[in-house]
Design a protein. Structure first.
Length: 242
């Protein structure tokens, strides 16, 4: 199990917060990583969370006490209590989803739960380990608590003019990447863009004359509507964050 002594042997500085919380520091070139750990004793599974550069002991305590010490065997997404950062959900993942404490406390890390405060649009809660690593590595800077929402978007597209496309598969993409592909699609009559949000809902975009796009949700062509190119950004943001 994780103990204060074991953490002090691997981190510096280590600060105690209240009776059961510890903040461990890692000074790196240009940034500091703060790892908060709740010590749950021999019968518990230690929840932990990570912050880059930002120290907020009260928020860490709020998250880790809400998480509890029971642990999870698969990702768990649930409502988070109101907080100063506007996060709406808590995502908890088991040790085979994360690499925190790896190479330092390998035996102990198997009884940890990584707790991530998130905006609901950032993760679906049913990610595979591979999906989780891809999202955390490329789309969602989970250790930055002052980030804006970074919605989970799966993209499939084909653009004959540029030669770009994903074939039959989808790829994770940032909001700005999707906007660039939409801009590239302007004037292309035989291309398309498909997007999935964190709920698994789908929308298809097809270019139409006079600088507009056909917006088709749920593969229901009968419900298609025209959206002016200038209104795409706001409409898309609503779709990926709802």
């Amino acid at each position: 199990m994780l103990t204060l002594e074991k953490l002090r042997n691997q981190f510096y500085p280590v600060e105690t917060i209240g009776t059961d919380l510890v903040r461990c520091g890692d000074e790196l070139p240009g940034r500091t990583i703060h790892t908060y750990v709740r010590l749950c004793g021999a019968d518990g599974c230690a929840p932990l969370l990570v912050s880059e550069d930002l120290v907020d002991d009260a928020f860490a305590a709020q998250v880790l006490h809400q998480a509890g010490c029971t642990g999870v065997v698969r990702p768990s997404k649930r409502d988070l209590q109101p907080n100063r950062y506007g996060f709406t959900h808590l995502l908890e993942v088991p040790p085979h989803y994360h690499a925190e404490l790896k190479g330092r406390l390998d035996a102990e890390r198997m009884r940890t739960t990584l707790c991530i405060p998130i905006f609901g649009c950032e993760f679906s809660g049913d990610e595979t380990p591979e999906d989780f690593h891809a999202l955390r590595g490329r789309l969602v800077p989970t250790s930055r608590w002052n980030r804006p929402p970074c919605p989970r978007i799966s993209l499939r597209f084909d653009n004959p003019r540029t030669g770009g496309g994903t074939g039959e598969r989808t790829v994770f993409a940032t909001f700005d990447q999707v906007l660039r592909e939409i801009a590239n699609l302007a004037g292309v009559q035989d291309g398309f863009i498909e997007l999935y949000n964190h709920r698994g809902e789908i929308v298809e975009l097809v270019y139409r004359p006079r600088a507009s796009f056909s917006w088709i949700e749920g593969r229901d062509d009968a419900a298609a509507r025209l959206i002016d190119a200038n209104a795409i950004r706001d409409t898309l943001w609503t779709f990926v964050t709802r």
